[in-house]
Design a protein around this ligand. Structure first.
Ligand SMILES: Nc1ncnc2c1ncn2[C@@H]1O[C@H](COP(=O)(O)OP(=O)(O)OP(=O)(O)O)[C@@H](O)[C@H]1O
Ligand SMILES: [Mg+2]
Length: 184
């Protein structure tokens, strides 16, 4: 059930109209809704496939002196790790061809996470690529500290109700080009 929906939503995401405009609006929605504290450690993602790019958001956060980090895939069935990131870094290519910060950058534990989406519903359920990486990561982090998980996607990735399993971790907010949804 998840896999057919994933396929359908990935196709939709590939053909987003006015993508650049929509990505700009997502960043605007985030910027006007959230303000971050000095000691927040904020995780983004380095866009792959047809994910919404949030690069300008992270460049701005970095210039505002916020600690920004990006995820690293260690291996299958294992939570993601994070390393500090700045816009001038030479990102390297990690597992699954995903860009990641250079190895010498310090490993950190984020408390705010921007999470890419394949699909979502208003309850905060999320569909990813099917590796369970963010489910494992959010579960692990939530056992350690207060975590704010903000899904990032296009409004057309919304479905009425996603099929969910026990291991699925929910998002606290979802930012689209139209709005920031507070999940209940
Ligand atoms: N905390 C966990 N413990 C054990 N298995 C888990 C855990 N979280 C996820 N899984 C496993 O990971 C697999 C993929 O999960 P799911 O289909 O929810 O992926 P997803 O949320 O779309 O992926 P991702 O989080 O990587 O974007 C499932 O087979 C599930 O059993
Ligand atoms: Mg899941």
């Amino acid at each position: 059930m998840k896999s057919s929906l994933r396929k359908k939503l990935l196709t939709k995401r590939k053909y987003i109209e006015n993508r650049l405009e929509a990505e700009r609006s997502i960043v605007e929605q985030v910027t006007k809704t959230f303000s971050f504290k000095n000691d927040d450690i904020i995780a983004g993602y380095l866009q792959i496939k047809s994910e919404a790019s949030i690069a300008p958001l992270f460049t701005a956060l970095h210039h505002q002196k916020h600690a920004c980090c990006m995820p690293i895939v260690i291996e299958k069935n294992t939570p993601l790790s994070f390393r500090l990131w700045s816009p001038q870094d030479n990102n390297k290519t990690g597992h699954y061809n995903i860009p990641e910060p250079p190895t010498e950058n310090e490993a950190v534990t984020p408390n705010i996470l921007f999470v890419p989406l394949v699909g979502f519903d208003r309850q905060g359920n999320r569909l990813g690529y099917g590796g369970g990486f963010y489910d494992r990561t959010l579960k692990m982090l939530r056992q350690k500290k207060d975590i704010l998980a903000i899904g990032v996607g296009f409004s057309s990735q919304e479905v009425d109700k996603l099929p969910i399993n026990k291991h699925d971790e929910q998002l606290d907010f979802i930012a689209t080009e139209k709005e920031v949804i507070k999940c209940v």
